[in-house]
Design a protein around this ligand. Structure first.
Ligand code: DI6
Ligand code: FE
Length: 416
């Protein structure tokens, strides 16, 4: 499926011979439906029999009896980086532990070195190759974090590449500054000094250059403390930026409670989340972003507390967490299957998890994750008999065509 906007065609017209999942909930399906697009925006949707006369004369797109959902939203990725960590993966399989790998130069720092060494065009080409399969699976909005630079110039380079990817491929990119991802070697033993650099130098510069849509941190025993995370959150607030948090991935430091206190958009990972944290997320409206790829790749056995999250009504999103160390995956559909198979989430939950809940995790529920008149034309045509197939198949992409920002990518939907 070619992803070059210059070769994509206009989605304007009436899409017919289709079934709609406007909010991605099968309970709200509209069968034998139609969807009208004008000037790249959804003008009308509903039963074909009810198509208003105003649209009857528009060119028709034959959707071939496809199911149409909102465009998918991958709300947690570290897509821009240099190098890869396959040798570290091989060392782990041969029995090496975290320390031995770190001594051999592995871990986040090895990706930091490769990212610092790569120029912007190289990082763009590497990330574009990872983005292509996500776009082919119907991702129409994606979050891309920094966090492999850990110095101002390289954090800037990562965020500039993220913005360039959005422009080059006609996909909506939400950038997240993750300077507080790990301690760079030059600050060994001086974490507070590094956090001061993140808050007082990096963030003001990058926010001032319009490169930052949100701010994240890695609150963990091998990352940053609650106090250091709070410092980052206060700095973000000073720039009017919402926050997210890598929280309770390996242990419970209370990161989710802190995130809730700062009205975080999302708390992510959450394998070690407890009921106090769940209640806090529920109270602040923070989205729980679950990341089955990292859980699977690390062979984790500590499941996120699904029953508690359901009981407290915390919205749950699913994302790839694409990164070279713990989730080198380029399929959001596979994450839906893993969220069902490993986390026992239901089909409606994972469909919401990659659409409206994922959009909410980006503070963009008003723009993504729902088919509604007036919204941008971001939707996917799935050649399936049942929406459940989107989580059922793994290793197969049933997307027949993708409409991103009003442009059609893929064979289906040819103008009739
Ligand atoms: N949690 C993770 O699993 C990744 N970052 C984080 O905060 C690991 C990133 C890497 O290993 O490169
Ligand atoms: Fe992550």
């Amino acid at each position: 499926m070619n992803q070059n906007p210059a070769q994509a065609t206009s989605a304007d017209g009436v899409w017919h011979r289709c079934h709609l999942l406007p909010d991605a909930d099968p309970a709200n399906a509209i069968r034998d439906a139609a969807l009208a697009v004008q000037d790249g925006r959804i003008a009308w949707l509903g039963p074909l029999a009810g198509l208003p006369a105003d649209y009857a004369g528009l060119p028709r797109h034959d959707a071939g009896n496809a199911w149409i959902t909102p465009g998918l939203v991958d709300c947690h990725t570290h897509l821009v980086y240099g190098g890869q960590r396959a040798d570290e993966f091989a060392m782990r399989l041969a029995g090496a532990g975290y320390e031995e790998i770190a001594r051999a130069g592995g871990g986040i720092v090895s990706t930091v070195r490769a990212t610092r060494a790569a120029d912007e065009d190289t990082l763009f080409a590497l990330a574009a190759a990872r983005l292509a399969p996500l776009l082919a699976e119907g991702v129409t909005a994606i979050e891309i974090k920094s966090g492999y630079g850990l110095d101002l110039a390289t954090e800037r380079k990562q965020l500039r590449v993220a913005r360039r990817l959005g422009a080059a491929f006609g996909v909506t990119v939400h950038t997240t500054f993750l300077g507080a991802h790990a301690l760079p070697p030059e600050y060994a033993g001086r974490a507070d000094d590094y956090i001061a650099l993140v808050c007082d130098t990096m963030l003001p510069a990058l926010a001032g250059e319009g490169l930052v849509d949100a701010v994240d941190a890695f609150c963990e025993s091998v990352g940053f403390s609650l106090a250091q995370t709070a410092r980052v959150f206060e700095a973000a607030a000073g720039h009017g930026l919402r926050v997210k948090l890598h929280a309770e991935q390996l242990s419970n430091l209370g990161g989710s409670v802190l995130a809730a206190r700062h009205r975080a958009l999302s708390a992510d990972h959450l394998e070690h989340l407890d009921e106090a944290g769940v209640a806090a997320l529920a109270g602040s409206g923070t989205v729980a972003v679950l990341l089955p790829g990292a859980y699977y790749f690390l062979r984790d056995t500590n499941l996120p507390p699904l029953a508690l999250l359901r009981r407290h009504g915390v919205p749950m999103a699913i994302a790839t967490d694409h990164n070279p160390g713990t989730s080198p995956v380029t399929s959001l559909l596979l994450m839906m299957n893993m969220a069902c198979t490993l986390f026992r989430m239901t089909v409606p939950e994972v469909l919401a998890g990659v659409t409206r809940h994922a959009a909410r995790a980006l503070g963009a529920a008003d723009r993504h994750g729902l088919l509604a008149a007036g919204r941008g034309a971001d939707f996917v045509l799935w050649q399936v008999d049942s929406p459940a197939e989107l989580a059922y198949w793994f290793g197969r992409n049933p997307a027949a065509a993708v409409v991103r920002q009003g442009r059609v990518y893929g064979a289906a939907g040819a103008r009739a």
